[in-house]
Design a protein around this ligand. Structure first.
Ligand SMILES: Cc1cc2nc3c(=O)[nH]c(=O)nc-3n(C[C@H](O)[C@H](O)[C@H](O)COP(=O)(O)OP(=O)(O)OC[C@H]3O[C@@H](n4cnc5c(N)ncnc54)[C@H](O)[C@@H]3O)c2cc1C
Length: 284
């Protein structure tokens, strides 16, 4: 289907984009890579009067080092993140997740900020961002505010970004030296996961000293598997050592049932994928 008619604006600064948002309110929509928004427009699930394309705002692109964190610009394409050495060294979990995200064409167009702002519970980037304790920098007419990962994902396709605000960058605390793995279970290649598990593990001498585990598509938002994280500390990085902890992966989760699998199937998958992800992250 062809989208409904809309006006198009391509501002060259965040300030200009914010002014347009303030003027047009909920009749305006931000465009990043378009990989989720354009299908929505083509299906006429949304018909904004104005599209504000962030593509010309150079300050929103790129990855930089900022002391104890790396900062990823909202408009940085997935493909750039997947080959960025800073991300590889300090946030390997995001690197691993991007490797599994869609196909090469979508990774070239789609952006880090667009995927996180879209907040699809099956999206591959939410769980790694949550697990690593990312901070989301959001600009509005009143200035800039920072939202912790735990408060960013509010509900199904819903985040803490207000209608008159723009996600500008994401700060990811450095996890240098941590092992990482993203285990994604799909029915069809290059698609969203039925369930996926993001694990970052710090192991000293074969014993797990710290772990961070995020779950994809196990609820209406990405989830942190805190019971698993706590149970892993002090365990040997072996099959036997992680099995009991991984068995807690679905504790407190409320996974959906759909044509790809019912909730119980997803709960089981979460435990299996958690075991695999933790072992791979620990290099076992
Ligand atoms: C065939 C196909 C397969 C895919 N497979 C996967 C997959 O396996 N895993 C996966 O994770 N994703 C997958 N995707 C989605 C892909 O990751 C998209 O890149 C992503 O969801 C949206 O990013 P985008 O930059 O294209 O955002 P857009 O589509 O441009 O925008 C998405 C939404 O976010 C809002 N938005 C965008 N940027 C901002 C911002 N800076 N501030 C505020 N609001 C903003 C927009 O208004 C819109 O509502 C797939 C997409 C397609 C078409």
């Amino acid at each position: 289907m062809i989208p409904a008619k809309f006006d198009y604006l391509a501002p060259s600064s965040v300030q200009e984009a914010l002014s347009a948002l303030a003027e047009h309110g909920d009749e305006a929509k931000i465009l990043a890579g378009g990989q989720s928004l354009l299908p929505v427009l083509r299906m006429r699930l949304n018909a904004p009067e104005l599209i504000i394309d962030l593509g010309k705002i150079e300050s929103l692109r790129g990855v930089r080092d900022d002391g104890d964190a790396i900062v990823i610009g909202a408009m940085t394409p997935h493909a750039v993140i997947g080959s960025d050495p800073l991300v590889g060294e300090h946030a390997a979990l995001i690197h691993k997740a991007v490797e599994h995200l869609a196909d090469a064409q979508i990774r070239h167009r789609g952006t880090f900020g667009g995927a996180l702002a879209h907040a699809d519970p099956a999206g591959d980037l939410g769980a790694p961002a949550l697990a690593l304790g990312a901070q989301f920098v959001i600009a509005g007419s009143g200035g800039t505010r920072t939202v912790e990962a735990d408060d960013f994902f509010v509900g199904l396709f819903e985040t803490a970004i207000g209608e008159d605000e723009i996600l500008t960058e994401v700060r990811v605390p450095k996890h240098t030296g941590w092992g990482a793995s993203y285990e994604k279970f799909v029915r069809v290649a290059h698609q969203w996961p039925i369930v996926a598990v993001a694990a970052a593990v710090k192991a000293d001498g074969g014993t797990i000293s710290e772990a961070r585990v995020g779950l994809t598509n196990m609820g209406s938002t990405p989830l942190r598997a805190r019971a698993v994280e706590e149970a892993l500390v002090g365990q040997p990085a072996t099959e036997d050592g992680v099995r009991d902890a991984a068995g807690k992966a679905a504790d407190g989760a409320n996974p959906p049932s759909d044509l790809n699998g019912d909730a119980d199937y997803r709960r089981h998958l979460a435990t299996v994928l958690t075991r695999r992800a933790v072992l791979a992250a620990a290099g076992a």
